[in-house]
Design a protein around this ligand. Structure first.
Ligand code: SF4
Length: 364
């Protein structure tokens, strides 16, 4: 075990990437980076982390922030429940713990959205606790190192817990994950330059490509969403806010409804308008045709947004009482840019803006 620790830490000391969260192990910054890194690559997280810690440099600043601003800064990073949970965690930590992030994995796991991985990562990196942290990259390295076909999460935690270096647990965990991201990659791992080649059982047995066994692909259902890009006579667009809990909770969107069986997508978009305004007069500004369609894949489902342009006179106040939306707002282009939108909705907004700018199919 000592040899594995030494080899990995030596490699890490020479090859680690200069990521923005690595030079400062302030617990709040470590927590933010680890939550952002759940399901997301380090290269993508970098700029989001910089913006976030500039705007919310402390856990107190985050606790005091408005949720709309929190979601806005997370906009585009996906898995928005992470942002809502991080915000709630900040409020809990400030309310009950004087703004101090708990320093044990056990206490961290009590906080919203913090599971085994994040608790182990924060406890080891920020507080030097000898805790394992097994993400997808570490899982792959461990499965190959010990030649395991389909290790369970608890087996992996046990293995990693036995390996983690007492004197540098945070660095060891990061080194294991970094090795998986850069050397022990899913395809074409660079075994020739790997610091763990000597003890690696899969390498010795020629089973590297089989470890860990690939999980069978499950097919993801696709749902079409008839989406209404409603503009007023002053060219402001109507955006609605999704319910707090659930998919894209609290995010803003062009109103849309799932297309029913045997329903045309434009009819679902028109249904969304009726839910908001009843039988109001609308006209199409996309000649009854589709403005665009955008696909967005979540972990368990895919949305196909099929967007149509509608114009409504003036800016009537929508009635949300029988809808799932919790708020609605007529927005100028500038105001819209400030709202928290998912990547798909942001893309739709850009397409609508481009149509307006070039004049093609533009609202008059
Ligand atoms: Fe992965 Fe190859 Fe290193 Fe084994 S020797 S840990 S398979 S890169």
């Amino acid at each position: 075990m000592k040899k594995i620790q030494r080899a990995l830490l030596d490699w890490y000391d020479q090859h680690r990437r200069p990521l923005p969260w690595r030079d400062n192990t302030d617990p709040y910054r470590v927590l933010v980076s680890e939550v952002m890194l759940q399901q997301t690559r380090a290269e993508t997280v970098g700029p989001y982390f910089e913006r976030w810690t500039t705007r919310f440099p402390t856990v107190e600043a985050l606790a005091e922030a408005d949720q709309e601003e929190v979601l806005g800064l997370w906009s585009g990073l996906g898995y928005y429940s992470r942002a809502r949970n991080l915000h709630r965690t900040a409020m809990i930590v400030c309310d009950r713990n004087g703004g101090r992030i708990p320093d044990t994995a056990e206490a961290l796991r009590e906080l919203p959205g913090i599971g085994e991985y994040t608790a182990g990562a924060v406890a080891s990196i920020a507080f030097g606790r000898c805790e394992p942290a097994v993400d997808g990259n570490a899982r792959r390295v461990l499965a190959r190192l010990f030649d395991l076909e389909a290790p369970t999460p608890s087996e992996l935690r046990q293995l990693a817990g036995g390996l983690v270096a007492n004197d540098r647990p945070g660095d060891f965990n990061q080194a294991l994950m970094e090795l998986g991201a850069r050397v022990c990659r899913p395809r074409s791992p660079e075994c020739q330059s790997c610091p763990l080649q000597a003890p690696c059982l899969s390498h010795a047995r020629g089973t590297v490509d089989l470890r860990p066994a690939r999980r069978p692909r499950t097919s993801i259902p696709t749902y079409a969403i008839g989406t209404a890009v409603i503009v007023s006579t002053t060219d402001r667009a109507l955006l609605t806010r999704r319910p707090e809990n659930g998919l894209l909770g609290g995010m803003w969107e062009y109103p849309g409804l799932q297309v029913d069986q045997d329903e045309e997508p434009i009819a679902a978009a028109a249904r969304a308008i009726r839910e908001l305004f009843g039988d109001i007069a609308v006209e199409s500004w996309s000649d009854g045709g589709e403005l665009t369609e955008i696909t967005h894949t979540f972990s368990h489902r895919r949305h196909l947004y099929r967007a149509f342009g509608f114009r409504i006179s003036d800016e009537p106040v929508p009635d949300l009482s029988s809808t799932d939306w919790t708020d609605a707002r007529w927005c100028s282009a500038d105001a819209l840019a400030e709202l928290p939108l998912s990547a798909a909705q942001r893309k739709l907004a850009q397409i609508v803006a481009a149509i307006e700018t070039t004049g093609a199919e533009a609202p008059c």
